[in-house]
Ligand binder design. Structure first.
Ligand code: HEC
Ligand code: HEC
Length: 195
């Protein structure tokens, strides 16, 4: 084979090229993501995914729902909450709060033709399933007339009622229900009460 030296040289060139490519490539491959430089406001600039880190006070954030993740980064969404299927009612925070649903509603279809919730919660069926019937407001039209069947305004139950989950509040708040406020007021004026 007269071409032997030629092939050898070609192979050598390819090898050198690969070696150089490898060396250069190692230099230019992006370094593993570094934490974003923190500013004087400290934890305000958290790397994306620092969902578990303590977020700065809501007032210092552009949008507290971002949990302190900088506006130019996409954070990891919080884990999906688990539905609690306990049959235990939760207290209502105010008198007209739609009660939370104390059972899971997986695959309960609500559409134009069928409403799974009404299978148990309609006035006619509630006794068979020992479910609380939807209250009288659910049978009132917008002129406060009572209808025989559930009012179209109340047809899509999960427009107002949500299942109970173990989700933590996305944004902290200092809501107090009226009973708490009333008992605080009473505690603040003990002498007046004694007289
Ligand atoms: C298989 C029957 C059944 C179906 C279907 C059903 N529920 Fe219930 N629901 C019950 C029962 C029974 C209770 C009483 C508490 C318990 O046992 O979980 C209840 C409780 C509730 C409560 C609590 C009421 C209160 O006073 O606290 C709400 C709200 C509720 N359901 C809404 C719904 C909605 C909305 C749907 C449809 C997405 C639905 N339910 C589908 C049986 C049912
Ligand atoms: C527009 C909002 C809204 C919709 C839609 C709605 N509800 Fe309600 N629901 C409420 C509110 C508010 C209450 C609590 C005050 C009251 O009873 O009106 C309530 C109360 C209830 C209760 C508790 C009744 C009681 O006596 O304690 C049940 C059960 C219930 N709803 C079931 C349903 C079902 C089933 C649907 C769908 C067919 C539905 N709701 C649709 C707002 C709604």
């Amino acid at each position: 084979m007269r071409d032997k030296p030629l092939i050898a040289i070609a192979l050598l060139v390819v090898l050198v090229a690969v070696a150089i490519g490898y060396a250069v490539g190692r230099k230019t491959t992006p370094a593993p993501p570094q934490p974003v430089a923190t500013t004087s406001t400290g934890p305000y600039m958290q790397p994306a995914g620092a969902g578990t880190a303590e977020a700065p006070p809501a007032g210092q954030q552009i949008d507290a729902m971002r949990r302190g993740i900088p506006i130019n980064q996409e954070g990891d969404p919080p884990l999906m909450a688990h539905v609690e299927n306990t049959d235990i009612k939760r207290n209502r925070a105010y008198p007209m709060q739609p009660p939370t649903i104390p059972h899971s509603i997986d695959n309960y279809q609500i559409d134009k033709n069928s409403n799974r919730c009404l299978l148990c919660h309609s006035r006619a069926n509630a006794d068979k399933f020992q479910a609380p019937p939807g209250s009288v407001t659910h049978y009132m039209d917008r002129d406060d007339q009572f209808l025989a069947t559930i009012s179209p305004r109340r047809y899509f139950c999960n427009q107002c009622h949500v299942v109970q989950t173990d989700a933590k509040p996305l944004v902290s708040n200092n809501f107090k229900d009226i009973d708490t406020i009333l008992s605080e007021q009473q505690a603040a004026q003990p002498q007046q009460k004694a007289n």
